[in-house]
Design a protein around this ligand. Sequence first.
Ligand code: PPY
Length: 282
Amino acid sequence: MKIGYLGPKATFTDLAVTTMFPHAEKIPYSTIPECIDAVSNGEIDAGVVPLENALEGSVNLTLDYLIHEQSLPIVGEIIAPIQQHLMVHPYHAHHWTEVKEIYSHSHAIAQCHKFLHANLKKAKHVYMTSTSAAAKFVSEHPHLPIAAIANRLAAKEYGLMIVQENIHDHDYNHTRFIIVRKQNEPLKMDSPLYAGDKTTLMVALPKDQPGALHQVLSAFAWRKLNLTKIESRPAKTGLGNYFFIIDIDQKMDDVLIPGAIAELEALDCTVQVLGSYPYYII
Ligand SMILES: O=C(O)C(=O)Cc1ccccc1
């Protein structure tokens, strides 16, 4: 089985894929859209991309690309702990406090904001497509006084030295990665890491209807459907037009979720099921 992921080698996504699919052929892609496109054209059997971080919130690129560009079903989710380390080329190990630039994924930099503010206030932040792309860049420019924020595997893979460990601001730093496929077929994963099922809906509200969101929420509330996330994203059709991404803490059933969807549609909402899938906690 071929599984694509946000690369290059040694991203957090790579770690999640390796844990969940130890026997798969792993194919790295430089960006999230490239990975999602590869699933669409059938180059790979499934793609794994980051969706949401506990400290920084959603990876908007993933949500927006799935909603506006390539609509693919979510067939699974992996939740993994994230530990961020500061690393430099070994030449700079003894004067790492003098680095002028810090390279990483924007979420990784945001997760280490307090550390950077206290220790490397003057260094410029440079955003890369992933943490390991940053580590690779730092290793390829040994003469530059720069550092990367990435994981331990990236330090090893790209020959960098970790000069400060665990620099993320809060201990509870977890990321949700989603598994997307072309067809809505679950991957066979008899994993002891299985932790439950979820259903994700996209709901667009009717225009200018007072109380519409309240009515949407009550369709779930009186059915006792437990929501674990609600988030608004711009519909990209005009200022002030939003849709909602809603996660329900259970798998699609025959009665409750279809009933809630029918009620929302009767309120003139547009509803799309983005997936009903198992999740795994590493
Ligand atoms: O860049 C990576 O390594 C990723 O897999 C995306 C990411 C970035 C920051 C925290 C978690 C995942």
